[in-house]
Design a protein around this ligand. Structure first.
Ligand code: TYD
Ligand code: MG
Length: 461
């Protein structure tokens, strides 16, 4: 039978190299993300045999199995970098593919070189393939980091066929590809970094990981708006997606799990960039509260939870008369629309208005928080700035605010309180109904709603 007759001729299509949106025709501007000149022609993956043949030509019968098994689950590999191990969900899983994304220059290569050395020192075979730097450059960096003696095997290569051939021969436990945007597959006819190349490379490497039991870590650059450049598709192909992020002007870096098939997806690891590479920060609360100013109006300490770990941060608000017809609402480190919501709830439920006032809100230290449990701390910071009354020092605050002005209990209250007690705080404000346990010996003020907060704490109403 002539198989070729059944093959569908691949249709040329166009894709945006920033967001991956596909088009039938070339256009100058992507409708998906608004980028100019980012649409590139790409040869699609083979579409396989046509529909008719799938019905008439039988495939192989697959063996189906059930879920019961005698096999022990695969051992996770611990690197010894405990911040990294925790974000991975308790170590690296064999046969897994992990994507580490981040802005250029944030420290991805540094982190992964240190991780490579840590895994190698723990007795695993590690191959580090750099598509961006020459081996001499990687070696120099390793020496500067004091890792010159570790048994990591290096290569500077971008041709994926050569890389896979080498990996099949070496069968390492871990392979790091830095970066996926520099890799090219010779069967795909477009430039490295294009959507089709990145997708094909990621597909080859994840397939390799599953077949040979190697853990593969891919490095990916992220565009300014936080998307992994070109290949959002890669996020779907890998088991774990980690983002490495940090603020310019701050020394700390955060490794955040945004997708994890083998562990929790909201875990963070905190590192500090030093002259000797990345150092682990095992007590991040102390780091973020380290240079706290004396208690002042508008400053409140929020007892948060990031992943499984409590994290204390300072929330600062400033309220000033506005010269503008539409007063300013500026937020750093928190969600702007959530701030508008809290201002609206304050106005509607307590009658305290922020009309004609500029409002600035800042999470100190440069970390970003997304927990709704920060609502009460934000409300306290705003009220404290507006009323020019400071919250008693050594007090932490947490709780979620509902639109009715009621305070809603939040999870892990006991952990939050224990962490605060450990750092020398003696009092806490939280919603009524929180499971506080023994509260770590702190004095508690449990509030049912905003009116009570305003009346009791700020003496207004
Ligand atoms: P790098 O790992 O090359 O970033 P990426 O791979 O994400 O592009 O990190 C580069 C930055 O890290 C650079 O600005 C210098 C800084 N750095 C240090 O501060 N200390 C160090 O020991 C190293 C190796 C890098
Ligand atoms: Mg790099």
């Amino acid at each position: 039978m002539d198989q070729n007759k059944n093959m569908v001729k691949p249709i040329t299509q166009f894709a945006c190299s920033d967001c991956g949106m596909t088009y039938k025709k070339w256009t100058g501007r992507c409708d998906g993300c608004g980028a100019w000149n980012s649409i590139q022609e790409e040869v699609p993956l083979s579409q396989g045999p046509s529909k008719k043949s799938l019905g008439t030509m039988k495939g192989k019968r697959m063996a189906l199995t059930d879920l019961t098994t005698e096999e022990t689950p695969p051992q996770r590999t611990l690197s010894g970098l405990s911040e990294l191990d925790r974000v991975l969900g308790g170590g690296l899983v064999p046969s897994s593919a992990t994507l580490v994304g981040g802005d250029p220059g944030i420290g991805k290569s540094t982190l992964l070189l240190q991780a490579a050395a840590a895994f190698a020192n723990a007795g695993h075979s590690v191959v580090y393939v750099s598509g961006e730097e020459a081996t001499a450059q990687v070696r120099m960096r390793a020496q500067r980091l004091g890792l010159g003696e570790s048994s990591v095997k290096l290569a500077a290569e971008t041709n994926l066929r050569d890389i896979l051939t080498t990996l099949e021969a070496e069968k390492p436990d871990l392979c790091i590809i830095d970066s996926i945007q520099t890799m090219w597959v010779d069967t795909v006819d477009s430039a490295p970094g294009s959507v089709s190349q990145v997708r094909a490379s990621a597909h080859e490497l994840t397939t390799f990981a599953k077949r040979f039991g190697t853990s593969v870590i891919l490095v990916g650059h992220v565009t300014k708006d936080g998307q992994i450049a070109g290949p959002r598709v890669v996020e779907h192909m890998v088991d774990t997606v980690l983002y490495f992020e940090g603020e310019r002007g701050h020394q700390f870096r955060i490794l955040r799990a945004v997708k994890n098939r083998f562990g929790p997806a909201d875990e963070i690891g905190v590192f500090e960039m030093t002259g000797m590479g990345l150092a682990e920060v095992t007590n991040p609360s102390a780091l973020f509260l380290g240079d706290r100013d004396a208690p002042a109006p508008g400053s409140v300490v929020f007892a948060g939870i990031e992943g499984t770990r409590p994290l204390l941060v300072e929330i600062q608000a400033l309220v000033a008369p506005s010269q503008l017809s539409q007063p300013r609402r500026a937020v750093v480190g928190w969600d702007g629309s959530r701030l508008s919501m809290i201002l609206a709830v304050l106005e509607a439920r307590t009658g305290i208005s922020f009309q004609g006032l500029d409002v600035y809100l800042n999470v100190a230290g440069g970390i970003r928080i997304s927990e709704p449990a920060a609502d009460l701390a934000v409300a306290c910071a705003l009220l404290s700035a507006r009323e020019d009354a400071s919250i008693p020092p050594e007090t932490v605050v947490f709780g979620e605010l509902s639109l009715s002005g009621a305070l809603r209990p939040v999870s892990q209250a006991e952990n939050r309180l224990k962490e605060a007690a450990k750092l020398g705080f003696t009092a806490a404000m939280a919603p009524k109904g929180c499971k506080t346990g023994d509260a770590g010996g702190m004095s508690l003020r449990l509030l049912p709603d905003l009116i009570t907060l305003v009346g009791e704490v700020f003496g207004a109403g």
